[in-house]
Design a protein around this ligand. Structure first.
Ligand code: ADP
Length: 352
């Protein structure tokens, strides 16, 4: 296929050739003595027309060529066309604008994909690291027992108990990983319904008493709901229980013996469409610089301390955040080192 430039030139040149040929033939009939100079003049005019046509076609076509995006060193499309300038024909300016938008979208998609890939590989690295720790520990205990410790009554039970704790940790980690991936892939179906949150929180508080008692912690519930009044929320009971278990578990885990944990319900004014649930502890607290990253997967304030506890997977708060967000709620934390922490989340009072 000939290029646009050649095609745009051929038609005017052929047209001028035909006109000049007719003029020459007519002159040859009417004034034969002028036919030779007329022929020279025609050839000259044809050359001039061809040159003008080629130049004009090139001028018209340059902004089209200029619409071609380039590829930068990283393989990303770039578009710095001068066709976007107002001197270019308006149809091409419109086309340049569309190409610009497509390339911008592609750039954003690329950036998003690169970010996802980075997050995914970081996640995989974290998962394998987290799995390896308890697996190696269990392996170590079993090997030591097989090497003879099994017959030593001073250590055999202790090693078995430690291996059990690590197996439990592995189990917790796998359960949390399954939860995170089900929430993130949208596979975790929530079954939202209206229920009164006050009796629910009372019951939950009494269910958690045995765990709090292991550290002599006083666990209690307070609510600002008037007697005989309901504080109905639109939520999934099971998932909200999971959130509370994670928060109260942490409150116990990161408190010394003999502290106190308060579960508090704040039923906002009737005009506000939400209630607030708080878990307040008198534990070790969280340094301010860690707070912004606390809800990230596998983020721990004190890596050594959290790993040595059997339940700590570093995924609990990430799951809590996902679940509250699926309830159109907000989660936040305030804390003071040495004094304690307050985790609070909101729930809607009406279906969303
Ligand atoms: P983990 O399984 O390690 O407890 P989480 O996601 O539940 O993981 O918590 C992340 C980190 O936040 C914990 O490792 C801990 O350092 C800190 N943290 C969470 N809750 C509390 C709390 N109530 N008091 C002090 N630190 C806390």
């Amino acid at each position: 296929m000939p290029s646009l430039r050649v095609r745009a030139t051929v038609l005017p040149v052929v047209f001028s050739f035909v006109i000049l040929a007719i003029a020459d033939v007519s002159i040859a009939f009417l004034r034969p003595e002028l036919s030779v100079p007329a022929l020279y003049l025609s050839v000259l005019l044809l050359v001039v027309f061809t040159a003008i046509s080629l130049w004009y076609a090139a001028r018209l076509i340059r902004p089209i060529n200029d619409l071609m995006p380039t590829v930068d060193s990283k393989g990303h499309l770039e578009f710095r066309s001068t066709t976007k300038k107002t001197t270019a024909p308006e149809e091409l300016q419109a086309l340049a604008k569309v190409i610009d938008q497509i390339i911008e979208k592609q750039r954003l998609d690329d950036a998003q994909r690169e970010k996802l890939e980075r997050v995914r590989s970081e996640f995989l690295a974290n998962v394998s690291h987290e799995l390896r720790t308890p697996i190696f520990a269990v392996q170590g205990f079993i090997e030591t027992l097989l090497d003879g410790a099994v017959d030593d009554p001073k250590v055999n039970r202790d090693f078995l108990e430690r291996a059990r704790v690590q197996a439990e940790r592995l189990n917790n980690l796998l359960n949390d990983l399954i939860d995170i991936s089900r929430i993130e892939s949208g596979e975790m179906r929530m079954s939202f319904r209206m229920f009164d949150i006050q009796p629910f929180l009372r019951e939950f508080t009494s269910e958690m008493q045995p765990q709090a008692r292991t550290k002599d912690i006083e666990l209690y519930f307070t609510g600002n709901v008037l007697p005989h009044h309901e504080a109905s929320v639109y939520a999934d009971k099971e998932r909200i229980k999971q959130v509370l278990i994670n928060l109260v578990d942490n409150a116990i885990k990161y408190s010394g013996n003999g502290g106190a944990i308060k579960i508090e319900l704040l039923n906002g004014e009737p005009t506000r469409n939400e209630v607030t649930v708080r878990v307040i502890d008198t534990g070790i607290g969280i340094p301010a610089e860690h707070i912004p990253r606390l809800f990230e997967r596998f983020y721990r304030v004190d890596k050594g301390r959290a790993r040595s506890s059997p339940g700590g997977t570093g995924l609990g708060l990430a799951i809590v955040k996902h679940i509250t967000e699926a309830h159109h709620g907000k989660i936040s934390v305030t804390s003071e080192v040495g004094k304690g922490s307050t985790f609070q989340f909101t729930l809607c009072k009406e279906p969303f």
